[in-house]
Design a protein around this ligand. Structure first.
Ligand SMILES: Cc1ncc(COP(=O)(O)O)c(C=O)c1O
Length: 405
């Protein structure tokens, strides 16, 4: 069969099943409000947690970097794609998250894809080996794909129920004398569909007790979670105790793109040799590197922006519940507003857009059947008026669609 025909059929099928995958084009930067088809709406769907996508200091740093260092580096890191600013950013991230060293990637997706095969596909010693990854059932696709890139002959993957630390401990206990070379516990720090946190203090304890390596993807936590935005480890009092942290520069930290892995100096040195997306893909352009440095500097100098995010989040969570909506409880700016049926989530998302709020619905297969939701994401870029306008729209639309009474 002609491949175009096959793709056309598949696209038609996807469009009916998963229409959330289709894109809206904006004509304004990410901010508290954006313009969609000429209409200004409150943005409640962006990872721009700190409003840094459109922060004048961050933008200026990017513009200056282009003037001083050029537009692109036209190379991978080890050939001629390393500028002094790449090391400067790596040092800055290490200091911020309390790690010995950091290695940059073109995205966190690439970082997660790099880490697992780099470590687990190598013989490293003359002894034969077998490794194991214990992975949370709700881990991000990039962790899942990272594991898929590992050789199946030498790796066991064990999925524990979401945040079920007791089940994870049973697995670790059962494997105590299995003779694994590396045991890795892999988890998101914050789960992007639920807005809940991994139980990091317990996980750090388990990793120590069972001599496992703890890998935490803190993409939705860097700049967001913890009093000073240092991420999930800060919130749970275990800064510096997570073996491997991956993160993104594409959300709170400027929102452009880029990712990193922070951890032990020797691990980072090893990854510079063995991480394939690092070795075989271009390094980050100067504008992103310098803007990310500026973003970390802003965060380090003044944590009021993080405080503002937390205040906005607490306010929205309290008020939306007060109106009568069912949300998943917590304290993260990801606020899932639970609706149940996919059709309702789609209808409500459309009606909210008309009422001046941009928010996306999520449904099966992204979340379990019957748990369709609107995923609200709060930002420090939102003014109180923006949030109040959004709440009014939620109330009006919610009543009209009989979600609330
Ligand atoms: C938990 C998590 N990990 C990794 C990523 C990938 O980040 P990046 O956009 O930097 O590739 C995302 C992005 O959605 C994410 O939510």
């Amino acid at each position: 069969m002609n491949y175009i025909n096959l793709l056309t059929e598949e696209i038609a099928r996807i469009q009916t099943a998963n229409s959330y995958k289709f894109e809206t084009a904006f004509s304004t930067p990410q901010a508290g409000t954006v313009t969609v088809k000429g209409k200004e709406v409150v943005m409640l769907a962006s990872n721009n947690y700190l409003g840094m996508s459109n922060n004048p200091v961050v933008k200026k740093a990017a513009i200056e970097a282009i003037k001083e260092y050029g537009y692109g580096v036209a190379s991978v890191r080890f050939i001629c794609g390393t500028q002094t600013i790449h090391y400067e950013l790596e040092k800055k991230i290490s200091k911020f998250v309390g790690a010995e060293d950091t290695i940059l990637f073109s995205s966190a997706f690439a970082a997660n894809n790099a880490f697992f095969p780099a470590l687990l596909n190598e013989q490293l010693s003359v002894e034969t080996y077998r490794d194991v990854i214990y992975t949370d059932a709700l881990n991000h696709a990039s962790i899942i794909d990272g594991m898929r890139l590992c050789k199946t002959e030498t790796l066991d993957k064990k999925i524990y129920r979401h945040n079920d630390v007791a089940q994870l401990e049973q697995m670790l206990e059962a494997d105590k004398s299995a003779g694994y070379r590396f045991k890795i516990i892999a988890t998101d720090g914050v789960f992007s569909m639920e807005g809940d946190h991994a139980h990091l203090a317990e996980l750090v304890g388990l990793a120590k007790k069972y001599e496992a390596l703890l890998f935490v993807d803190d993409c939705h936590a860097i700049g967001v979670v913890g009093k000073t935005g240092r991420g999930t480890p800060e919130k749970f009092g275990v800064l510096g105790s997570v073996d491997v942290l991956s993160g993104t520069l594409g959300k709170a930290i400027g929102g452009a793109l880029g990712g990193y892995i922070s951890g032990n100096k020797k691990l980072v040195e090893y990854l510079r040799q063995k991480a394939r997306p690092y070795t075989f893909s271009n390094s980050l352009p100067p504008a992103i590197v310098k803007a990310s440095i500026a973003a970390f500097d802003l965060l380090t100098k003044d944590t009021s922006i993080v405080k503002r995010l937390h205040t906005n989040t607490a306010y929205f969570r309290k008020e939306i519940k007060g109106i009568g909506f069912h949300i998943l409880d917590g304290d993260h700016p990801i606020v899932p507003v639970m609706l149940g049926e996919a059709s309702l989530a789609q209808e409500m998302s459309k009606a909210l857009l008309k009422a001046g709020v941009y928010v996306k619905g999520l449904w099966f297969p992204v979340v379990p059947k019957g748990e369709a939701r609107l995923r609200v994401q709060i930002s420090a870029a939102l003014s109180k008026k923006n949030i109040d306008d959004a709440l009014t729209a939620f109330e009006t639309v919610g009543k009209k669609l009989k979600v609330i009474s």
